[in-house]
Write a protein that binds this ligand. Structure first.
Ligand code: CMC
Length: 429
């Protein structure tokens, strides 16, 4: 039987809406006809109860701490797949077999170089510019270079743009880093895996050969897997909204990067490390926890809490494991900030305020520590997140363009400004 929802208005009118069911997860009330039938809009700032689209890519059950990419639990993907297989999965809907993976790797690898003129964009930025500022500019500029992949109505163009973005983001992130420290750019190497190649472009110098450490490559690869997609989060919704006007994919991803930069979203791991530095040592934890609980203080414990996960963040558990592996490999268990982070985690997990508000460490609490151990500077953390999330953004953008129900995104508002009034000429004001 078709499910329906009825809205009874205080003026006696009643309006009926279809209720749509997904494969799993909450049903949605389809209110598209609400304005036409009642002359009213819904009001939902922050989209607390609004599904903005239908999607087959990622599923989250925040209460149960479940995250699925295309139906596969994140724990299994983290254990059995590498990032490039996850990219294939997000873009194509299925995990690749060996031949499909080989072909995919071949194509991605052949797109890793960037147009040589793009190098000059970097030199236009101050060396002390935040690398995310550079990223927004350079990724947006890709649309000025790759004209043969800008026709969003052409399936082949969309496919090439997807390959280019997945392949070139590591190169661009590494270039942003190298530029910021005044070292020469390192060109990609096709015989290395996606993640090993990225680490080499980040850390190699022309003067000596770079040795790839498989434990560290695996750790970074896991960071990429865990950040690859996360349903309709702020930056993904930004990419969809930008793309809904027909904007080209490079411009849309640049918009996503801009949104990701904020400290409430992708900037959290950077903010978390800065917070740990500020706390300084274990003796000061109490003071900062007290501040985080104070309603009159805007300070929040960075790396804690999540809009959707109200039980635990499944990515945080995996990242915690990786964190221990990396610190063991590098002999860093006595690292000052790591010890501080573990002590802070313990205090917060036992504190009534955090327990009652269901504020648990999120993935970024641990990913910052891992990245720091890998030698990635704090200012690059959000760029790493952007690199990983690009495939999710592109998969979501592709899905939107191919969706027959796709329309330009155009929310409405509750207007609380001045009612109509007369604008007097200057001499009469
Ligand atoms: N420290 C102290 N109090 C907090 C925190 C925190 N980290 N997070 C939430 N609260 C409090 C908040 O003040 C509010 O209290 P009250 O009910 O008294 O008003 C209550 O908990 C509910 O929080 P909210 O801000 O209404 O929840 P939200 O869903 O709007 O925000 C969040 C989620 C992630 C933006 C927020 O928890 C936060 O700012 N956390 C710190 C930043 C962070 O770690 N962000 C990374 C998220 S994971 C990576 C990603 O997906 O981008």
């Amino acid at each position: 039987m078709d499910k329906k929802a009825t809205l009874n208005l205080s003026d006696g009118r009643s309006v009926e809406f279809p209720v749509l069911g997904g494969t799993i997860g909450p049903d949605v009330v389809d209110i598209r006809s609400l304005y036409g039938k009642s002359g009213m809009f819904t009001y939902d700032p922050g989209f607390m109860s609004t599904a903005s689209c239908s999607s087959t890519i990622t599923y989250i059950d925040g209460d149960a701490g479940v995250l699925l990419y295309r139906g596969y639990p994140i724990e299994q993907l983290a254990a059995h797949c590498d990032f490039i297989e996850v990219c294939y999965l997000l873009l194509n809907g299925e995990l690749p077999n060996a031949a499909q993976k080989g072909e995919f790797v071949h194509t991605v690898t052949r797109h890793t170089m960037v147009h040589d003129q793009l190098n000059r964009f970097f030199t236009g930025f101050r060396r002390d510019a935040h690398p995310m500022a550079t990223m927004v500019g350079v990724v947006g500029a890709l649309s000025a270079f790759y004209h043969d992949s800008l026709d969003i109505t052409d399936h082949e163009h969309r496919k090439i743009a997807a390959f280019r973005l997945v392949a070139k983001l590591p190169t661009i992130v590494a270039m942003a880093y190298k530029y910021s420290i005044g070292q020469p750019f390192v060109y990609p190497r096709n015989d290395l895996s996606y993640t090993a190649n990225f680490m080499r472009m980040m850390f190699a110098v022309p003067a000596e050969e770079y040795k790839v450490n498989p434990v560290l490559v695996r750790a970074l690869d896991r960071i990429f897997i865990l950040h690859a997609d996360h349903e309709q989060n702020a930056s993904t919704s930004t990419v969809r909204l930008a793309g809904s006007s027909g904007a080209n994919p490079f411009a849309c991803i640049a918009a996503g990067i801009a949104c990701l930069w904020g400290p409430a979203h992708g900037g959290a791991n950077e903010a978390c490390l800065q917070m740990l530095e500020e706390i300084g040592n274990v003796d000061h934890i109490g003071k900062y926890v007290k501040r985080a609980k104070d309603k009159d203080d805007s300070f929040k414990l960075m790396g804690f809490g999540h809009r959707v996960y109200k039980n635990h963040d499944p990515r945080a558990k995996l990242m915690r494991e990786t964190c221990h592996e990396v610190l063991n490999e590098l002999g860093l268990h006595n690292d000052r900030l790591f010890k501080l982070a573990i002590a802070l985690e313990k205090v917060a997990l036992e504190d009534d305020y955090f327990v009652s508000k269901k504020l648990y460490p999120n993935v970024d609490f641990y990913s910052g520590i891992v990245q720091r151990a890998l030698g990635i500077p704090t200012s690059m953390f959000t760029c790493i997140f952007a690199l990983a999330r690009t495939v999710g953004w592109i998969a979501q953008w592709q899905e939107m363009i191919a969706d027959p129900e796709y329309k330009i995104g155009r929310p409405r508002q509750l207007y609380k400004g001045a009612p109509r009034r007369e604008a007097k000429p200057l001499e009469k004001r």
